[in-house]
Structures are given as structure tokens and as C-alpha cells.
Design a binder for this molecule. Structure first.
Ligand SMILES: [Zn+2]
Length: 491
């Protein structure tokens, strides 16, 4: 699990904004980024080593000074907004060229401040919480959030790159856009919008800080989209993944739990607490559902079922049930079956039998919201293992094509790693990647190589030798496919 890196972010308030529902500046991250691509967020980023050299007036301690320097620098780099005393004497043109000097590395942040006799003042940055990215993520940050006022005569602007765009939004509108599933955001962003939407009152900072997660406590309830709780649990899975994503889909009355995969007691306990929190608000668990049979997806089923007094059925595809001995499957789900939640809002998921990674693999499609639970067919982190005979390359590619054919997909929620906001691009990449490998495997075979061991060495030149054993299974799967298609006959 990666150690969180220190980072700072700024919630920028618009000048003369409505104190009852203030406007803040949010940015949309490029959908090409692997980490939170396509998400809405506040400007910010990792600390720079030069941040320690900046003197901050009225700062309570050196640690806070460094964080404020990072926040001010990121704000200037990303939006061109300079929150520094003395900065009011700079013209717009000077600010533009300074931003360019900083971005291009011609001048360091401390030098720039010093050269123009600018200084940072802690009174301009109000600390409103410290959030730590949960351990499931391949990139983790320990981020300090600050509120700051946009100085007069400065207007933020985003230079497209890592950030796609930016705009002022009233806190209430921003939060509603999440409620309406128009945008994706992480918990600290949503917490800030919700808190600010109740107005710039005297107890604003207390309201920001009353959430225990705003003090660096690990975030467990992650709801990138309303009604879909993303709940990664630690599992003995394949690296680089360290967690399996369990999902809780809920409405006012019912809850579905997908892939409670952790065999570890502390993680099972955390999931049970999350489930109990939802139940305490008047909901009941409809079913526990399994996407497929692998241990990192089913390891916590029995414990959860026991926690729920055995009253909840476990559902999966018949081929999953056949192969699983440690878990009892109470109901079979077939291709095209509908699973509906009674209550508000109505939620309906269509099961898709999508074999390839595993024979009985299921995906679940929420047509109304454009959400697809992809199980291990598409993941946000690492690669998908196709290991015959459970794995089958022809089936897998057919399954990917079928997923590709679904209309109006907006979000892929996979079994590992972060979600994907560009579903079709991701599925196309998966298909292209497999076909490219296959082409090379065929070339290797035509050049006279026969065993997967030999073929891996010439085809998988981009992977570490540690991964060769896995790659050999994939080669075998490709060879089976090529053989069935008659493409190996010439040899
Ligand atoms: Zn799997």
C-alpha cells in the first residue's frame, strides 16, 4: 500500500459572493488521468520541496506554513490566482508571465515571492480539514484543505492539460449536480460543497471539522455516485491491487451487496458496520451477489451472512455455484435477469453473463444511470488474468464486445482500483491490447516457437519476469483461441 504524500488544496471563494450559498471554483480533471480522471475537484496537489523555504506570516507552526505555501503555489500554478500580500500591485500581464516562469521552472516559488516582495499570510488561508486517500488507491495523498478568498481583479483560468476545465459554481448547485449524477467527486469535495451550501456562517469552520474524516481518519463510505457505495476491502489479491471493491447499491428501502471479498476480520467488521449503518436507517439487505468465484471476491460472504443472521440469500451464476464449495449459493442469476430495488429511487440492474475471466462471471447494468458493475472483466488497476480452463479468451473478447455494445454507458465500476468515467475508451483499449498481443503471439508461432514459456519471452517484453507465469496462462488462452479459429493450422 502506498504511503500518502503530503498535499494541499484550496477552496476558492468568489469575491462578493452570496453568503447564503457561496460560489467556489472547481476544476474538472482530464479524463485521460489514471487517478480520478474526469472527476470534479478543487485545485491542489502534492507539496514541492521548495515549499519549506517559504516564510508565512502569522503561521501557528512550520508544518502549517509548508502546507499554506503548497496551497498558494498550486492555486497560482493551476488557476493563475495569486493569494499573496503585495500581489495587488502586479498587473494581469505580470501575473501571467510569473505563472509561466513558475510552471516552466525558470523561477522557483520562493524566489518568485522574494523577487516581487510578496509574502504569504496565514490569515488568508483558513484550515478546513485534512483528508487521507484510502489505502485501496494506487496514489494516496494526505491533503490539507484551505478556504481562501479570490482577490479583487483576479479571475481564475485553467490551462488545459491535467485539468480539462474550471468554473465557478454555487456550493448548492455543485452538490445537486452530484445528486443528479451529472458529476463525479470524492468525499472531501462533496463534504465541502454540502457544508458551504449552508452558508458562510460564524460556525462554518466547526461544521467543516465536525466530520471525523476531516481529521485524517480513513474514509470508508465513498459514494462517487449517489446510491452506489464504493467500499474497497483489503484482500489477498493479485498485485498491484491490494483491495477488492465491494459495492453497496441502496435506496430508501433495500440494499444489494456485491462481492464482500475480504477474509480478514477487521475488514469484515468494517463492512458489517457500513451495512448496519444503512440498515439502521430503515433498509434491509435484499441479497448478497457475487460477480464470480475467485477467493478475493467471495472471502467475506459467510461472515457477512452470519452477521445478518443467515437471513440473506447469496446469489450468483449457476456456473459459479458449481465450482464454489466453501460458499452456499441460494439463488441462481441467469443472463438478462433483472434485479429490482423496491423503494426510492427505483433501481433496476440487469445481469449480463460475461464469461472469459471466469465461466460464471456476471456484470450488472443500471441502464437508467449508465452504470456498469464490471466485476473482474474490466478493472481500474492492474490487468485481468485469463487462466484456462476457467478463463477463456474467445469468451472474454466476446464479453468485452457485448459490454461495448451497451448504450449510453457513463461509468464503469470494476472489481479493483478506481472507477472509469470513459467506458467506451477503456473497453476499446482492453480489446485492442488483447488483439495486439494475439498478433504478436501468432508471429512468434510462425517464427517457430511453440511453448508458452518461449513465446512469453518474446511477446511480453514490457512485463517483469515475475509476471511471466501469469503471462504464460494468457498465452495459452490465446493459443487455444487461435487453434479453434484455425489460425495455427499452417504450422
Ligand atoms: Zn477474479
Amino acid at each position: 500500500m502506498p504511503t500518502p504524500k503530503d498535499a494541499a488544496a484550496v477552496i476558492l471563494l468568489r469575491q462578493n459572493t452570496d453568503p447564503n450559498n457561496p460560489e467556489v471554483y472547481w476544476v474538472k480533471r482530464s479524463d485521460k488521468l489514471a487517478f480520478l480522471g474526469g472527476f470534479h475537484a478543487f485545485p491542489g496537489g502534492q507539496l514541492d520541496e521548495t515549499d519549506t523555504e517559504v516564510v508565512v506570516q502569522n503561521s501557528p507552526n512550520p508544518e502549517t506554513s509548508v502546507m499554506i505555501s503548497g496551497a498558494a503555489r498550486e492555486l497560482f500554478e493551476e488557476l493563475g490566482v495569486l493569494v499573496a500580500r503585495g500581489g495587488e500591485h502586479l498587473t494581469k500581464g505580470q501575473r501571467v508571465s510569473l505563472r509561466d516562469d513558475l510552471e516552466s521552472g525558470r523561477m522557483s516559488w520562493p524566489k518568485l515571492l522574494e523577487h516581487y516582495e510578496l509574502y504569504l499570510d496565514a490569515n488568508d488561508f483558513t484550515f478546513v480539514g485534512r483528508w487521507v486517500t484510502p489505502p485501496f488507491s494506487p496514489k494516496r495523498f494526505d491533503t490539507w484543505f484551505f478556504l481562501a478568498n479570490c482577490p479583487a481583479k483576479q479571475e481564475p483560468n485553467v490551462i488545459p492539460g491535467e485539468l480539462a476545465s474550471g468554473e465557478w459554481v454555487s456550493a448548492g448547485d455543485g452538490f445537486n449536480r452530484w445528486l443528479n449524477a451529472e458529476i463525479m467527486a470524492v468525499p472531501p469535495t462533496l463534504h465541502a460543497l454540502k457544508t458551504l451550501s449552508n452558508g458562510l456562517t460564524s460556525e462554518l469552520v466547526e461544521r467543516f471539522l465536525e466530520n471525523p474524516q476531516a481529521h485524517g481518519q480513513s474514509v470508508r463510505r465513498i459514494e462517487f455516485r449517489p446510491n452506489y457505495i464504493f467500499f474497497p476491502v483489503r484482500t489477498p489479491t493479485r498485485p498491484p491491487a491490494t483491495h477488492t471493491n465491494c459495492y453497496l447499491v441502496y435506496n430508501s428501502k433495500e440494499i444489494l451487496i456485491f462481492d464482500p471479498g475480504s477474509p480478514y476480520e477487521d475488514e469484515q467488521q468494517a463492512l458489517a458496520e457500513m451495512v448496519d449503518e444503512l440498515r439502521s436507517e430503515g433498509r434491509s439487505v435484499l441479497e448478497i451477489i457475487l460477480t464470480h468465484l475467485h477467493p478475493d471476491h467471495v472471502g467475506g460472504v459467510n461472515a457477512l451472512k452470519k452477521h445478518l443472521d443467515g437471513n440473506v440469500p447469496v446469489a450468483a451464476h449457476a456456473q459459479t455455484a458449481e465450482a464454489l464449495s466453501a460458499v452456499q449459493i441460494d439463488r441462481f442469476i441467469e443472463d438478462d435477469n433483472l434485479i429490482s430495488l423496491v423503494g426510492d429511487p427505483a433501481i433496476e440492474l440487469r445481469a449480463l453473463h460475461t464469461p472469459g475471466h471466469a465461466r460464471g462471471h456476471l456484470c450488472f447494468h443500471d441502464e437508467q444511470r449508465g452504470v456498469l458493475l464490471t466485476g473482474d472483466n474490466i478493472v481500474g488497476l492492474g490487468s485481468v488474468l485469463i487462466d484456462p480452463p476457467e478463463g477463456n479468451m474467445i469468451d472474454y473478447l466476446n464479453s468485452l464486445e457485448r459490454m461495448r455494445s451497451l448504450a449510453e454507458l457513463k461509468l464503469l465500476l470494476g472489481g479493483h482500483g478506481p472507477p472509469t468515467t470513459v467506458p467506451y475508451r477503456k473497453i476499446d483499449e482492453y480489446i485492442a491490447h488483447r488483439l495486439e498481443r494475439e498478433e504478436k503471439i501468432l508471429e512468434a508461432v510462425r517464427s517457430g516457437l511453440t511453448s508458452p514459456e518461449e513465446i512469453v519471452k518474446v511477446v511480453y517484453t514490457d512485463v517483469s519476469p515475475k509476471a511471466y507465469a501469469m503471462a504464460e496462462r494468457a498465452v495459452l488462452a490465446h493459443l487455444e483461441k487461435l487453434d479453434l479459429e484455425g489460425k495455427l493450422k499452417l504450422n
